[in-house]
Ligand binder design. Structure first.
Ligand SMILES: Nc1ncnc2c1ncn2[C@@H]1O[C@H](COP(=O)(O)OP(=O)(O)OP(=O)(O)O)[C@@H](O)[C@H]1O
Length: 701
C-alpha cells in the first residue's frame, strides 16, 4: 500500500485548480502520458524548468539586445491608439528612460484599460522581449507592467518550463505552484554521511529549489537540488533492480549439467570454429548455470560477433540436462529468422525446435502448446507470445531474451511472476556503455563478445552529401549488374517531416523505375507474412536491392549483402547506424557503407558521422554516442516505453549512479525486506518514483 503521505501527490492531476477537460489533453501531451486520467500531481512536481528568466537585467532601452527579455524602468510619454475603424492596427504606448524611447505594442487592446495601467507621466516598470525594427526598439505585449511604486509585484526571477502548443507559461506555472504546495515532509531515506558529504538538502527542499531557481547555476544539472533528486531517482532504480535480482536469485536455481552430448556434434558440424570471445561467454554461462543460484547474465555482443551461436550452445546445455530452453526475440521477423538459422545449425543434435509467435494460430498453435507442455519440444523460439498464460512448460531451464534495443525489466518480471524461474541470459544487439547497463539492468553479470569472427573484411564507410545521390545510384547499377546485393535504408517518416524527407515509398518508386523487379521494399506497416516474403526473396537473390526502414536494423542476417546505403544518416543515432552498417560485412566479401547526409551538417553532426567512419568498434561508438546524444536517444530507449529518467542524466550524474549502485547493494544486504526505519522510508522513495513493481515483488517474495 502506498504510504498515505503520498496521497496528495498521486491524486489525479486534474484535481489541481484550473485543469479542465480541454487543458487535460494538453497536460497529457506535455507529460508524455496517454490521457489526463494517467497524469498525477507528482508528474508536474517532476516537470523541471529548463531555464530561467532573470528580470533583474535592466540594461536600459537603447542597450537592450535584440530578442532579449529585459526589464525597463521608464516614464510614460504618450498613448497612440489605432486610427478609428482600424482596429487591426496596434495600440502603442511610448515611454523613455535616460537612454532612449521604447514602444509598447498591443494588438486588440482596450484603450481605457491601458490608460489605467500606464498613465502618462507615471514611472512604470515593464518586462518582456525586446524587438528592434528599423533601429527602433519595441516590446509586444509585455509580460509584466507595474507602477514603480509597486515594484514588489514583479517576480525578479522566473523558471521557464518545457511547454506544449496551447498551454501558456503562466498557466503552467500556476499549476506547478499548486502541485508544489502539496509536497509533504518526506522521511529522509538517505544516509546522513552521504547527505552531508554531498551537501544534499532534504527531498522537500530540493523539489522546492528545483522550481524556484535564483540564478543560472540553479538550472545546471550540477545544482545541489538537481543532484539530490537525480540521486534519489538512481537509487530508486537501483534498489528496484536489486530487489528483483535478489528475488530472482532466491527462487529455484535448478543446476544445469552440460554433458556435451548435443553441443559437441553441433560444434563439429559448424562451418567455422568459435572465436575466443564466444568460447569465453559460453564458459561463463555454463559455469553460472551449474551452480545453485539462478543465472542472470547479460551478453553484450558487437554487431555480427556471433551471439546466436552462443545462445544455441547454452540452450543445448539446458536440453542435455533434461530440460527445455526458450529464445525470445523482440520481433516476428527475428524470431522466424532465429528459428530458421538455429534449426539448421542444430540439426546434428537431433533436438525438437518449435517457433511460437503471435502469428501462430489455430491447430498449429494447439499442437505446439501440447508439445511444449509434454516436454517433447526442447527448444522454443518466439516472441513475447512465449510467456502468455496459455503456454505451459514441462521443465524450462533456460530463457534467452534477445532484448536488442528494448530494455525491459517488465518482461523479465512477467516471466518470474508466472512462477517460472529459469536461468536467464539477456542479449543486447549493440554494446551499451557501462553507465547505461547499470541504469537499465543494475548490477548484472556481463559477458562481452569483443572479437569478430575470423576472415571478416573491414567495412569501408564513406560519408556523401545527398546532392550526390545520382552518383551513388550509378555505382549501385554497376554493383547490381555484378550480382551484388545492397540495402537502402530510409528513416521513418513522421507526418511533420513529409515535405523534407524522402519516404521509403518514394525511394522505392524511384529505384524501381531504375532497376525494375530486382528492387524490394520492407517497412513497419507491412504485415508479418509480407515482410517475411520480401526478406526471403532478398536472401534467395530474387531481390537484390532492398529498400527498407529500420525494421532491418536488428539482427537481420543476409551474409552476401555487401552494400549499405543509409539515407539521411544525420537523423540516426550512432549506435543505430552501427547496427545498420552491421547488416553488411557479414561474409567473406569486402563491404561498403555509404552514409548519405543532408547538409549542411552541424558540428556535432559532422563529429558523429566521422566517428562512424573512423571505427568499427561498437564499444567505442557506444561511449561516444552517449557523450554526444544523451542516453534518452541512445539505442532508442525513449521509444521503447522504458521509463526514462526525469531529473537524472547519465552524462551529468554518472558519478551518482555509481554511488547509488553501492548504496542499493548495501541496503539490500542488510535489510532485504526493507523493514527497518530507513527501509520504510525507502519504500516511500520507491513509490514516489513509481517503482511499485519492486514493492509488489517484495511482498510476493
Ligand atoms: N566464430 C565464427 N566464425 C565465423 N562466422 C561466424 C562465427 N560465429 C558466427 N558466425 C556467423 O556470423 C554471422 C553473424 O552471427 P550472428 O547472426 O549470431 O551475429 P549477432 O551477434 O547476432 O550480430 P547481429 O546483432 O549483428 O545480428 C552469422 O552468419 C554466423 O553464422
Amino acid at each position: 500500500m502506498r504510504p498515505t503521505l503520498l496521497d496528495p501527490l498521486f491524486a489525479p492531476l486534474n484535481s489541481l485548480p484550473g485543469i479542465g477537460p480541454k487543458a487535460g489533453d494538453l497536460y497529457a501531451r506535455l507529460l508524455g502520458r496517454d490521457g489526463i486520467d494517467d497524469c498525477r500531481v507528482i508528474d508536474l512536481v517532476f516537470h523541471a524548468p529548463h531555464s530561467l528568466i532573470d528580470r533583474r537585467q535592466q540594461p536600459g532601452i537603447a542597450l537592450s539586445p535584440q530578442g532579449a527579455i529585459v526589464t525597463i524602468t521608464g516614464r510614460v510619454d504618450r498613448h497612440q491608439p489605432p486610427p478609428p475603424g482600424r482596429n487591426s492596427q496596434p495600440y502603442r504606448v511610448f515611454l523613455h528612460d535616460d537612454t532612449g524611447e521604447l514602444a509598447l505594442t498591443f494588438f486588440r487592446a482596450k484603450g481605457n484599460w491601458l490608460e489605467k495601467a500606464l498613465p502618462v507621466d507615471e514611472t512604470v516598470i515593464v518586462s518582456g522581449k525586446v524587438d528592434w525594427f528599423n533601429g527602433r526598439p519595441s516590446m509586444v505585449h509585455p509580460d509584466y507592467m507595474v507602477r514603480a511604486s509597486e515594484a514588489d509585484n514583479l517576480p525578479l526571477v522566473e523558471p521557464v518550463y518545457p511547454l506544449t502548443a496551447g498551454l501558456s507559461a503562466r498557466i503552467l506555472r500556476k499549476a506547478v505552484e499548486a502541485a508544489i504546495a502539496r509536497l509533504p515532509d518526506f522521511p529522509e531515506w538517505l544516509d546522513d554521511a552521504l547527505t552531508s558529504k554531498q551537501s544534499f538538502a532534504s527531498v522537500r527542499e530540493s523539489f522546492v529549489a528545483l522550481h524556484d531557481p535564483r540564478d543560472a547555476a540553479d538550472i545546471d544539472p550540477q545544482a545541489p537540488s538537481r543532484r539530490r533528486l537525480a540521486y534519489d531517482e538512481f537509487l530508486a532504480g537501483q534498489l528496484s533492480l536489486s530487489l528483483v535480482r535478489q528475488r530472482l536469485r532466491k527462487v529455484a536455481g535448478v543446476p544445469v549439467h552440460a554433458t556435451g552430448a548435443l553441443s559437441e556434434p553441433v560444434l563439429a558440424a559448424l562451418p567455422f570454429s568459435l572465436t575466443g570471445s564466444q568460447q569465453a561467454a559460453i564458459t561463463d554461462v555454463l559455469k553460472d548455470m551449474a551452480g545453485s543460484d539462478r543465472m542472470l547474465r547479460l551478453l553484450q555482443g558487437d554487431v555480427g560477433s556471433g551471439k546466436t551461436a552462443v545462445a544455441l550452445m547454452t540452450m543445448l546445455a539446458a536440453v542435455e540436462s533434461g530440460g527445455q530452453a526458450v529464445l525470445m526475440a523482440p520481433t516476428e521477423i527475428l524470431a522466424r529468422q532465429h528459428f530458421a538459422t538455429l534449426s539448421k545449425m542444430a540439426t546434428p543434435a537431433g533436438v525438437t525446435i518449435d517457433v511460437l509467435t503471435g502469428r501462430t494460430k489455430g491447430k498449429e498453435r494447439d499442437a505446439i502448446l501440447e508439445r511444449i507442455a509434454s516436454g517433447q519440444t526442447q527448444i522454443v523460439i518466439g516472441t513475447h507470445a512465449l510467456f502468455q498464460d496459455t503456454v505451459v512448460y514441462d521443465n524450462l531451464l533456460l530463457a534467452v531474451v534477445d532484448e536488442q534495443h528494448r530494455f525491459g525489466v517488465h518482461q523479465r518480471l512477467r516471466l518470474t511472476a508466472k512462477g517460472i524461474s529459469p536461468h536467464m541470459l539477456v542479449m543486447t544487439a549493440t554494446p551499451i556503455p557501462r553507465t547505461l547497463v547499470l541504469a537499465a539492468f543494475g548490477d548484472m553479470d556481463v559477458s562481452k563478445l569483443t572479437e569478430k569472427p575470423a576472415g571478416r573484411k573491414p567495412i569501408q564507410t564513406v560519408t556523401v552529401s545527398n546532392e550526390r545521390t545520382g552518383e551513388i545510384v550509378d555505382r549501385l547499377r554497376t554493383a547490381l549488374s555484378e550480382g551484388k546485393k545492397a540495402y537502402w535504408i530510409c528513416p521513418l517518416v513522421e507526418e511533420s517531416d513529409v515535405s523534407e524527407l524522402m519516404s521509403v515509398d518514394e525511394r522505392f518508386a524511384l529505384l524501381s523505375a531504375e532497376f525494375g523487379k530486382t528492387v524490394g521494399l520492407v517497412h513497419g506497416r507491412m504485415n508479418g507474412a509480407e515482410k517475411d516474403a520480401v526478406m526471403l526473396a532478398f536472401k534467395n537473390s530474387d531481390i537484390r536491392l532492398l529498400i527498407a526502414t529500420t525494421v532491418v536494423e536488428v539482427g537481420v542476417d543476409v551474409p552476401d549483402a555487401t552494400i549499405m546505403v543509409i539515407e539521411h544518416a544525420e537523423r540516426f543515432g550512432l549506435a543505430q547506424l552501427h547496427q545498420l552498417r552491421g547488416r553488411v560485412g557479414r561474409g567473406a566479401e569486402a563491404s561498403t557503407c555509404i552514409l548519405l547526409y543532408k547538409g549542411p551538417l552541424s558540428e556535432n553532426g559532422r563529429a558523429r558521422l566521422s566517428i562512424l567512419r573512423d571505427t568499427e568498434d561498437g564499444f567505442l561508438i557506444a561511449e561516444e554516442d552517449l557523450k554526444l546524444r544523451g542516453e534518452g536517444e541512445l539505442l532508442g530507449t525513449r521509444q521503447s516505453g522504458t521509463p526514462g529518467f526525469r531529473i537524472a542524466s547519465l552524462e551529468a550524474h554518472g558519478d551518482l549512479l555509481e554511488i547509488a549502485r553501492k548504496d542499493a547493494a548495501y541496503i539490500i544486504d542488510r535489510d532485504p525486506d526493507l523493514t527497518s526505519e530507513r527501509g520504510e522510508a525507502l519504500r516511500t522513495l520507491l513509490y514516489l518514483h513509481r517503482r511499485d513493481e519492486a514493492i509488489r515483488f517484495l511482498r510476493a517474495g
